[in-house]
Design a protein around this ligand. Sequence first.
Ligand code: FES
Ligand code: FE2
Length: 361
Amino acid sequence: MTISDERIESATVAALPQAVRQLSINLNHWYVAALSSEVKAQPVSITLWEQAIALYRDRQGKVHALEDRCPHRQVKLSEGKVLGDELECAYHGWRFDGSGRCTAVPYLAENQKLPNCQIRRYPVREQDGFIWVFPGEVEKAMAVQPLAIPEWDDLNAIGSVAPMQCEAHYSFLIENLMDMYHGHLHDRYQAWADPKLEGLEETESFVHAHYQAQSYYKVNKIWSVVQLWFPAFRQLHPEPLDVSYLYPHWSATLGEDFKIYCLLCPVNATQTRAYLLHFTSLKAFPKLQRHPEWFRRRMKQTFFGSAKFLLDNLIRQDVKMIEQEQQSFLQHPERRNYELNRAIASVQRLMQQQAWAEERE
Ligand code: FES
Ligand SMILES: [Fe+2]
């Protein structure tokens, strides 16, 4: 469905019923669990929509995702350690392989059999710098793909990543990300000004919002990077600003130069973890592309994280507002918002449809 510009600009819509703040998620998608670099020799515990999951790497470096629960006494398996290709529980040393099967009990008597216990194994993939977990029905995991991040390995894109943790339902974060009118909040960290919603496309799997805006950053000189730190070097100029809710994740492009992603790991109904990624394109510098690959790779690594301080500050400002929205909702769930941006109603519909699809399946 495409909504005309006229309707977008003239409408004042009330938010959908506050049931959206209590929505579940559609489990049949790939969610981000961790950065690849966060899962090393020791197991890592994450929570994805109330499911505790232990991530670990085997001897080949392959990542496994198991239910984070030892079936012996129900303690966290992630408290233990990796032995070869297996995970050993800290308490009594029972071991589990990547399929979740118990393979050893250190004090098993000769006349005893291994307990026939099995913990849940989650489909897991390592792609574009992240570990992705599929918490839904295993047979559906092949039918969908994790969100592609082609810039991760693109030598023409300099990346930065910042983790994000908000004590709020994921819907507040998605609405924040889709509503470009909140640039007001970001003061000297803002990348854009004067947004105007000019188009909206909504389907059962995504919402695209097209804004026209003024961008603060112009990447056309080798020293353009200083604009990140010194506002005096920023040059306001018109750029398209396209933001997309690609359920369950989000991405945005500002002109030719910037791409941003927000990869979500909803923890529960009042907690959301996410990673914000920012890429600056080097396509404006064709001479750079004539350098050998090793040089460009080194350059990509050297400048990795150069926009992290910017992301951290944007996150700090956004999280404060999002958490206040959550607290306000908990205290006064009967209150309704006034909403002028039609993109919000669109993403609320998509969140509802996806959560309900999960319940119907
Ligand atoms: S609780 Fe895990 S081995 Fe006993
Ligand atoms: Fe923001």
